[in-house]
Design a binder for this molecule. Structure first.
Ligand SMILES: O=P(O)(O)OC[C@H]1O[C@H](OP(=O)(O)OP(=O)(O)O)[C@H](O)[C@@H]1O
Ligand SMILES: Nc1nc2[nH]cnc2c(=O)[nH]1
Ligand SMILES: [Mg+2]
Length: 173
């Protein structure tokens, strides 16, 4: 189901272009560069894959691990969180364990439920997202842009070009 067909979870829309996303993810890398050397990235799939690639390139991080968590269905509701793939033992054991020296990356934090699960897996890791909403913000160590809780962020990989009717025709049908 597309977000247009579905009843969206939040009334306000925050569409993000590829250019904007690249700029924001690079800004995140600049901010993280001041924190010393990271041994590895753990990205939360799938949304964390794109920002993780950009941050890894900027900070020259070569060990990239994934943790798979899913909870949102058809862009309309958050169901039970499912851990689809755990973090590998090798990455958990780096630098003495518990995620020390590890950078966790996701595209956004909303309610914070996804972040809570991954933080519990790697309590000493640094948690970074590109976007944050107020409820999830306390769980994030570093982020770039905050949007209100009643905003839905539309990522470039979820969108395509579409015809826009002229303003004069909108609401007149
Ligand atoms: O703070 P929360 O309320 O837990 O929501 C944030 C999570 O929701 C989205 O993932 P989603 O579960 O939609 O899966 P996806 O990354 O595969 O799109 C997003 O990428 C975050 O991981
Ligand atoms: N694309 C997208 N996924 C989400 N998952 C939780 N909140 C959001 C959001 O605002 N946008
Ligand atoms: Mg996700």
């Amino acid at each position: 189901m597309s977000p247009q067909e579905a009843q969206p979870l939040a009334p306000k829309a925050f569409p993000v272009s590829w250019d904007q996303f690249h700029r924001d993810a690079r800004a995140l890398a600049w901010r993280l560069a001041g924190h010393g050397e990271w041994k590895a990235i753990v990205c939360i799939t799938r949304g964390g894959l794109v920002p993780a690639a950009i941050v890894a390139r900027e900070l020259n991080i070569r060990i990239i691990e994934t943790v798979g968590i899913a909870s949102y269905h058809d862009y309309t509701s958050q169901g039970e969180l499912q851990v689809i793939k755990e973090v590998s033992r090798e990455v958990v054991a780096l630098e003495g364990g518990e995620g020390a020296g590890v950078l966790i990356i996701d595209d956004l934090v909303d309610t914070g439920k996804t972040a809570r699960i991954v933080r519990d897996m790697l309590p000493k890791a640094h948690f970074a997202t590109v976007y944050a909403k107020p409820k999830g913000r306390p769980l994030v160590d570093t982020f770039i842009t905050e949007v209100s809780q009643d905003t839905w962020i539309y990522f470039p990989w979820d969108m395509g070009f579409a015809f826009q009717p002229p303003i004069s025709r909108q609401g007149n049908d």
